[in-house]
Design a protein around this ligand. Structure first.
Ligand code: BGC
Length: 570
C-alpha cells in the first residue's frame, strides 16, 4: 500500500515538474512561429504557476466537499485535456489559456496529493514521502528536457506528451478509494472501516481498526472547531510563518525557475551559439538537479537543516555570482563561467534550498492550524514562482543577464542571514517539542535537539502539564522566585525536554503524589532537591542571551543571591 501512496506522490510531483520544464524547449520554436513580445512570453510561461496558485486556493475546499479522490480525478482530467489542447493551440493567447488550465490541474494535484498521502501513510513514512515528492518534481523537469531534446522544435508534440502523466494519475486514482479520514468526516463509517482494514492489512472488525476510527472521530471533532483562517493571526504562530513563507520567498527569488523555465534561453544569452548546445546544456541542468536532490535526501537528516541551508545559500550565491560577473563584465570566458556557475548553482539548490522549504513546512507548524498554515505556505510558493517567471523576460530585456543574476545572488546572501537569525534546527526534534518551543516564546532559531543524558528511573512518565505545575511549585521554593515566576512556562519547556530534570520530576511526582504537585514542600523533593534547585539556579544564572530572550535582564545583585541559595541548600 505504501508503494501505491508513494507512486501517487511521485506522479503529482512529475506533473508539477513536467509543466515547469516543457516550456523551456518549446520557447525557441514558439518565438519563431508567433513572434512574441517579452511580456507575452513572460505571461505565457508563468501561466502555469499562476493557474497553480488558483488550483491551490480551490484545492482545500474541493477536497473537503467532494473528497481527495474526486479532486485528484478532476486534476488528472484537466491535466490531460490541457496538454492535448495546448498541443493544438493556434496562437500565443490560446496557449496561455491552456497553460493556465494546466497550472490549475498542477495546483490541485500538488496540494491534494500530499493530503491524500498523509492521511493514508503510516506517520513514520511521511518525511520520506515529502522527499520523494521533491525528487519526482526534478524527474518531471528532466523528462520534459529529454522530450525537448528528442523532439527538437516540434512544440505541439512536446505539450501533448504531458497528457501521459495525467492519464497515469487518472488510472491510478480510479482504482483507489478515498481516505478513511475523509470517509469518516462524511459519516461513511462502513466504507472507512473497509478501507482502513485494507490499508493496515487487518480484518474490518479488528479492535485496532476500531480504535483508529475512534481516534479519527475524536481528532475530527477537534479539528472542525479549531481550524480557522483567523487562527493564523495568533502571534505565537508568527515565527513559524516567517520561516515557512520566508524560505519559499528565498527559494523562489534565488531565481531557480528563471533557470528551469528558460534554461536554453539563458544559455543562448550566455554566449552559446549553435542550435542544439543550449538544449543539451539544459539536459545537464536537469541531470544535476535530480542527482543533487538525492544527495540532499541523504544529507538532510545527517547534518541537519540549518547547516544544509548555510551550504545551500552559500553555494547558490557563489554560482549565481559567477554567472552575474561573467555577464556584467562581458568576459571572454562567459560561456565557461556560465556553465560552471550554473552547475554550482543548481547542485547547491537541489541538495538544499529545493527540498528544505517543503520538508520544514511539514515540521514547524503546530497541530492547531497546521493544514491551513501549510496551504498558505504552498500558495506563497506559487505566487513568488509566478512573479519570478513572469518578470524574467522583461527584466532580461531591460536590465540584462548580469544585473538579474546579481540580484538573485544577493537574495541567497540574505538567505544566509535569514537562516542564522530565524530558522530553527528541527532535525531529530519531535513535532511536539517543536510546538512547545514555538509556544514558549523563546526565539524559534534557538530550538535545538534536547540533550540526551542517560538517567534511569522506574517511575512512570509525566505529562507536560504536570511538569508545568511542578515547576510552578518548585519556583515557589526557590530563592529566585520573583525573577523566575514570570517565565514559568519557558522553564517548564526546558525542564520537560531535559532527560535529567524530567527524571527528577518523575521521582518527585511518584513520591509526593498527584494531589501535592502544585504545592510541593522541600521534604517532597527528597534526594532530587539538589538537582532541581541547581537547575533553577542555572536558569537564573543562565547566559545573558537566554535571560534576554526570556525578557529577564541579567541583574547585578545576582551574586548576593547566590549566597542566599547556599544558605538555603545547606
Ligand atoms: C521548487 C520549484 C522548482 C523546483 C526545481 C522546487 O522545490 O518549489 O519551484 O521548480 O524545486 O527542482
Amino acid at each position: 500500500m505504501i508503494y501505491v501512496v508513494a507512486i501517487i506522490a511521485a506522479i503529482a510531483g512529475v506533473l508539477f515538474g513536467f509543466d515547469e520544464g516543457v516550456i523551456a524547449g518549446a520557447l525557441a520554436a514558439l518565438r519563431s512561429e508567433f513572434g512574441i513580445s517579452a511580456f507575452e512570453e513572460g505571461f505565457m510561461t508563468s501561466a502555469v504557476p499562476l493557474g497553480a496558485l488558483f488550483g491551490a486556493l480551490l484545492a482545500g475546499m474541493l477536497a473537503e466537499q467532494y473528497g481527495r479522490r474526486a479532486t485528484l480525478l478532476l486534476a488528472s482530467v484537466l491535466f490531460t485535456l490541457g496538454a492535448v489542447l495546448a498541443g493544438l493551440s493556434s496562437g500565443v493567447w490560446s496557449l496561455t489559456m491552456c497553460r493556465l488550465l494546466l497550472g490549475l490541474a498542477v495546483g490541485l494535484a500538488a496540494t491534494v496529493a500530499p493530503l491524500f498521502i498523509s492521511e493514508n501513510a503510516p506517520s513514520d513514512k511521511r518525511g520520506l514521502l515529502v522527499s520523494i515528492y521533491q525528487l519526482a518534481v526534478t524527474i518531471g523537469i528532466l523528462s520534459a528536457y529529454l522530450v525537448n531534446y528528442a523532439l527538437d522544435d516540434q512544440w505541439r508534440l512536446m505539450f501533448m506528451l504531458g497528457a501521459l502523466p495525467g492519464l497515469a494519475l487518472l488510472f491510478g486514482m480510479m482504482r483507489q478509494s478515498d481516505t478513511p479520514r475523509w470517509l469518516m468526516s462524511q459519516g461513511r463509517e462502513q466504507q472507512a472501516r473497509q478501507t482502513l482494514a485494507r490499508l493496515r492489512k487487518r480484518a474490518p472488525d479488528d479492535p485496532a481498526i476500531g480504535q483508529e476510527l475512534l481516534e479519527m472521530t475524536d481528532a475530527l471533532s477537534h479539528h472542525q472547531d479549531q481550524a480557522r483562517w483567523k487562527d493564523l493571526l495568533d502571534r505565537r504562530l508568527r515565527p513559524a510563518l516567517v520561516v515557512g513563507i520566508g524560505l519559499f520567498v528565498l527559494q523562489q527569488f534565488s531565481g531557480i525557475n528563471a533557470v528551469i523555465y528558460y534554461a536554453p534561453s539563458v544559455f543562448t544569452e550566455a554566449g552559446f551559439s549553435s542550435d542544439s548546445t543550449p538544449i543539451l546544456a539544459s539536459l545537464g541542468v536537469g541531470v544535476v538537479n535530480v542527482l543533487m536532490t538525492l544527495v540532499g535526501m541523504y544529507l538532510i537528516d545527517r547534518i541537519g537543516r540549518r547547516r544544509l541551508l548555510y551550504l545551500g545559500f552559500l553555494g547558490t550565491a557563489i554560482g549565481l555570482g559567477m554567472i552575474a560577473l561573467g555577464a556584467a563584465t562581458g568576459s571572454a570566458y562567459l560561456d565557461v563561467l556560465a556553465v560552471a556557475g550554473l552547475i554550482i548553482y543548481i547542485g547547491s539548490f537541489a541538495a538544499s534550498i529545493g527540498p528544505l522549504p517543503w520538508v520544514m513546512m511539514s515540521e514547524i507548524y503546530p497541530l492547531r492550524g497546521r493544514s491551513l498554515a501549510m496551504s498558505l505556505t504552498t500558495i506563497s510558493n506559487w505566487l513568488f514562482n509566478f512573479l519570478v517567471v513572469f518578470s524574467f523576460p522583461v527584466l532580461i530585456a531591460s536590465a540584462g543577464l548580469g544585473t538579474v543574476f546579481g540580484l538573485y545572488a544577493l537574495t541567497c546572501l540574505v538567505g544566509l542571514y535569514f537562516t542564522w537569525q530565524y530558522v530553527p534546527e528541527t532535525n531529530g526534534v519531535s513535532l511536539e517539542h517543536i510546538e512547545r518551543h514555538l509556544y514558549s516564546g523563546i526565539p524559534f532559531a534557538q530550538l535545538r535537539p534536547p540533550p540526551v543524558i542517560e538517567v534511569e528511573t522506574s517511575q512512570p512518565d509525566i505529562s507536560y502539564d504536570t511538569a508545568l505545575l511542578m515547576v510552578g511549585s518548585l519556583i515557589a521554593l526557590s530563592p529566585y522566585r520573583t525573577g523566575l515566576a514570570g517565565i514559568q512556562e519557558r522553564i517548564a519547556v526546558v525542564a520537560f525536554d531535559n532527560r535529567q530534570i524530567r527524571t527528577a520530576l518523575r521521582e518527585v511526582h511518584a513520591r509526593a503524589g498527584v494531589s501535592r504537585i502544585s504545592r510541593l514542600t522541600r521534604n517532597d523533593l527528597g534526594p532530587q532537591r539538589w538537582v532541581l534547585m541547581t537547575f533553577l539556579e542555572h536558569v537564573w544564572f543562565a547566559s545573558p542571551e537566554f535571560l534576554r530572550s526570556v525578557g529577564q535582564p541579567p541583574s547585578n545583585d545576582r551574586f548576593d543571591q547566590r549566597s542566599d541559595l547556599d544558605k538555603e541548600s545547606s
